[in-house]
Design a protein around this ligand. Structure first.
Ligand code: WT7
Length: 657
């Protein structure tokens, strides 16, 4: 790797605004360093303190960290608690039952306020209904729901009775849903008749019916349907049940199931470097503690805040910072059903003004697309809206480029809201590297420093530390409470993917590259080092898309790579060899469209290749290995400068370029 370019201009640092620092949980760098030092001095004592302060335990833990089955670490294992109790009951018991938990805004703008007391009643009724249907502690429930109060209720209700939920994003296809239901061994599915987004209805129940008919789902005894639109749905008597019918018949109190801290709260599927998604398994105690603690540290969130995270409950961000974190600290949050560009691209700004949002957490892709739209239509520019209630902005999912950071800082935050760039992953459960708003000087494009207790580092291929300024592999050196516990049903894959022998078997491998600044030690994420793409902040495995393509009867072979994109970060580019002749002209366009839709059906619209190029073959080495680096250069339209002497069939480059 090359040394740092000393001609680069020093990045501008933004110091915490005095008003932010005064209010902050961690006020000033000395306070931050003191916490870092506390964790270094007494690692387990530090985490035990946070777990005791942040959560209410039914039985206190005495075991803090059990490393005897490493890398299957166990935290607080002899303690018992309930996640739903911590998110709901304890606020009601403390006299805050009338505090608004959720401000829900539907796609069409209809607003519903739900207090903590009302939410507890809804969750209790649904939890009772699940119990009546025979769902018990440890059973898995798949939730295939739109952004809704009912989606959150379903998650919290599972937590209440100790069932492990697995939420599948509403944009996934019937095939993806089927694979997840089968892999997780679900006995119940919660879905809705139709999902509304951008004025359009999407038939979730029909897709769920298709998924269940694909086979392997005999264990699913109940399909519970939330009536959102009243649209027509097919009905399987005995199996299908309306959510409102079930909950009406139940009491609004429900004794929580007290579970051990290690009890799996949820399993969430994410893409890895193989064709099969991984069921990332999270614990109850460690996960919830960190969701709550990071709300306080990273967002400085208090009960009085109106927090808005624009993610979907189908992703980890929607688990940690919608379904659990905000409620674990008793804050008010906005939950939004729709999309940022409908009825126009001013929707986010209008909603911030309307609901008096104080903390706004979104994705760089959304910011970049809204910048473009605001530039072309002054009516949807954030400058036209009253955003004065905002005090903090956050981003997640992908690196934020300095230009988008600056625009967000100036036009949305008006120069007084810190922009908190949070690096983390499905597997980490919560924030890992991010500025502390009242302490860390901000540098656009850098997620800055690890949170106290998080031992992040940059190492080489053998697991040795690399000096600052030199790029390498991002790892975490010690287990932390909110880390994943396993890959569901595949412990071997857990060990191999996250604690590889090559790095010594003890370091958590994140799968990202990173570099630390020579002077400040700040981290900058340089992107994935495996075959995983990041499109609009969504993680996609190239192998998954390749498997989907070769499953099409026309396709003989396929290779998928990413290409950098100004708005979405990356786009999917597929190189395809058909079984028949290499198509050209209109035929190529028609088949490319057909294959794009095919991938949409196999995985979901987010995985559709932006571009498909046809060749008679793929560039391979003489030993038959596809030269992916070469494909990445071809996709980017770069001149080929790499060594192609090992390429079996150089003529192919003209067809694919
Ligand atoms: C991957 C994790 C974390 C919740 C949403 C995505 C990338 C995430 C950042 C950031 C640069 C980031 C990484 C990571 N990523 N946040 N602030 N800066 N890259 O969760 O689907 O598990 O994806 O997203 O590549 O490994 P995920």
């Amino acid at each position: 790797m090359s040394t740092t370019d000393s001609t680069l201009e020093e990045p501008q640092a933004f110091l915490p605004h005095p008003s932010v620092a005064a209010y902050a949980e961690i006020s000033g760098m000395d306070a931050y360093r003191a916490l870092v030092a506390e964790a270094e001095r007494d690692y387990t004592g530090f985490w035990a303190r946070l777990a005791r302060e942040t959560l209410q335990w039914k039985t206190p833990f005495s075991s803090i960290l059990d490393e005897s089955r490493a890398p299957f670490y166990e935290w607080f294992k002899d303690g018992t608690l309930n996640a739903s109790y911590n998110c709901l009951d304890r606020h009601v018991e403390a006299g805050n039952g009338d505090h608004v938990a959720v401000i829900f805004e539907a796609d069409d703008g209809t607003v519903t306020h739900v207090t903590y007391r009302a939410l507890l009643e809804k969750v209790s009724r649904f939890a009772n209904a699940l119990r009546t249907r025979g769902v018990k502690k440890g059973d898995r429930v798949v939730i295939y729901m739109p952004m809704s109060i009912e989606g959150i209720v379903a998650m919290q209700a599972c937590a209440r009775i100790g069932a492990t939920h697995s939420v599948v994003f509403g944009g996934f296809s019937s095939k993806s849903l089927n694979e997840r239901i089968v892999n997780v061994g679900a006995i119940a599915l919660v879905t809705c008749d139709e999902q509304m987004r951008g004025g359009k209805a999407l038939p979730l129940k029909n897709i769920a019916d298709e998924a269940l008919a694909m086979g392997g789902c005999d264990a699913v005894k109940s399909v519970i349907v939330y009536r959102r639109t009243g649209g027509k749905v097919a009905w399987h008597e005995g199996r299908d049940l309306w959510m409102h019918d079930l909950t009406q018949a139940e009491a609004d109190v429900c004794e929580p199931e007290w579970v051990g801290a290690e009890h799996p709260l949820f399993i969430l599927y994410t893409s890895g470097s193989t064709g099969v998604p991984k069921g990332v398994q999270h614990s109850t105690g460690g996960f919830l503690m960190w969701a709550a603690q990071t709300m306080k540290w990273t967002f400085d969130a208090k009960r009085s805040d109106v927090f808005w995270c624009t993610a979907d409950i189908g992703w980890i961000t929607g688990h940690s910072y919608i379904a659990y974190g905000p409620m674990a600290i008793g804050a008010t949050q906005v939950v939004f059903e729709g999309v940022p560009t409908w009825p126009n691209a001013g929707r986010f700004w209008e909603m911030i003004a309307k609901h008096r949002v104080t903390v706004f957490y979104t994705a760089p892709t959304a910011i970049r697309s809204l910048i473009k739209l605001a530039d072309s239509d002054p009516k949807v520019h954030p400058d036209r809206f009253d955003l004065s209630t905002l005090r903090l902005l956050g981003t997640v999912g992908e690196p934020i480029n300095p230009a988008a950071w600056t625009w967000f800082y100036e036009h949305v935050g008006h120069g007084h809201c810190p922009v908190i760039d949070t690096w983390w992953q499905t597997e980490t459960g919560g924030h890992m590297i991010a500025p502390m708003p009242g302490a860390t000087p901000l540098v656009p494009g850098s997620c800055t420093l690890p949170l106290p207790g998080i031992m992040a580092a940059v190492v080489d291929e053998t697991g040795r530390d690399v000096p600052n300024g030199q790029g390498g592999i991002l790892v975490v050196k010690r287990p932390w409470p909110s880390m994943l516990r396993n890959v569901w049903g595949d412990p071997d894959r857990y060990t191999k993917s996250y604690f590889p022998e090559e790095l010594g078997g003890k370091l958590y491998l994140a799968g990202d590259g990173a570099v630390r600044d020579e002077d400040t030690g700040y981290f900058t994420i340089t992107g994935r080092i495996d075959d995983v793409l990041n499109v609009s902040g969504h993680r996609l495995g190239t192998m998954e898309i390749e498997s989907a393509l070769v499953a099409n009867p026309l396709v003989a072979e396929a290779a998928v790579v990413g290409r950098a994109d100004e708005t979405t970060g990356e786009v999917v580019v597929a190189f395809v060899v058909l079984k028949g002749e290499r198509p050209t002209g209109d035929v190529a366009i028609r088949i490319a469209n057909e294959l794009r839709n095919w991938v949409g059906k196999e995985i979901g619209p987010i995985a559709k290749p932006k571009e498909i190029r046809f060749g008679e073959n793929l560039p391979k080495t003489r030993s038959g290995k596809i030269m992916r680096r070469l494909l990445r250069s071809l996709a980017a339209g770069e001149e080929i400068t790499q060594d192609i002497s090992t390429l079996e069939n150089p003529a192919i480059l003209d067809q694919l370029g």
